[in-house]
Design a binder for this molecule. Structure first.
Ligand code: HEC
Length: 152
């Protein structure tokens, strides 16, 4: 066996071995919670739910280690900061709602969200300018309403 073949075999065996630690994305909570006008709803479901909700459905390549480790970590981090499955809970507190709406507007406006690697991997991540605009104005309005509610 030459060195190159051995290298490939070791690489292959490593990829097989690490599958024991796949860490797929798990969805724990029941669906529900997030409501918004239709355009916003469908754009957010397509472009954000994979990371920011408990209704993620990742394709096969995301289930394979070490890709699954990366995705698992990203989704964990993303859900901690913004979880659309907990959207109703955010709305109970106007201060929280205002912060979430504000952060969404900022991230979508700056183009930071959805992240570049998701846009590269998935057509769902590529929002049209109209979808971006719809999310932004929804978030701006939501923030303004929340701030109004907070000051009462
Ligand atoms: C591929 C995974 C992924 C997708 C898809 C994604 N995000 Fe994120 N998002 C993250 C991660 C990871 C973080 C935390 C780290 C960071 O800020 O970069 C984050 C952070 C955020 C934050 C910051 C929250 C805070 O309080 O700091 C907001 C707001 C946000 N995302 C909104 C969105 C919106 C809106 C979409 C859809 C248009 C979206 N994200 C799509 C992974 C994702």
């Amino acid at each position: 066996m030459n060195r190159r073949t051995r290298g490939w075999l070791v690489g292959f065996a490593t990829v097989v071995a690490i599958q024991a630690l796949r860490m797929p994305v798990r969805n724990e909570r029941a669906p529900g919670g997030f409501a918004a006008p239709t355009t916003v709803q469908s754009a957010v479901r397509a472009a954000c739910f994979q990371c920011h909700s408990e209704h993620a459905r990742w394709p096969w390549y995301a289930q394979i280690a070490p890709v699954s480790w990366f995705i698992h970590a990203q989704v964990g981090e993303a859900r901690k900061r913004l979880n659309f499955t907990a959207w109703k809970d955010y709305l109970y507190d106007p201060g929280t709602a205002a912060r979430k709406f504000g952060a969404i507007d900022q991230m979508v406006r700056s183009g930071a969200m959805p992240p570049w690697y998701f846009r590269a991997l998935s057509a769902r991540g590529r929002l049209t300018p109209a979808q971006r605009a719809a999310i932004e104005s929804w978030a701006i309005e939501g923030r303004a309403d929340a701030l109004k509610a907070e000051s009462h």
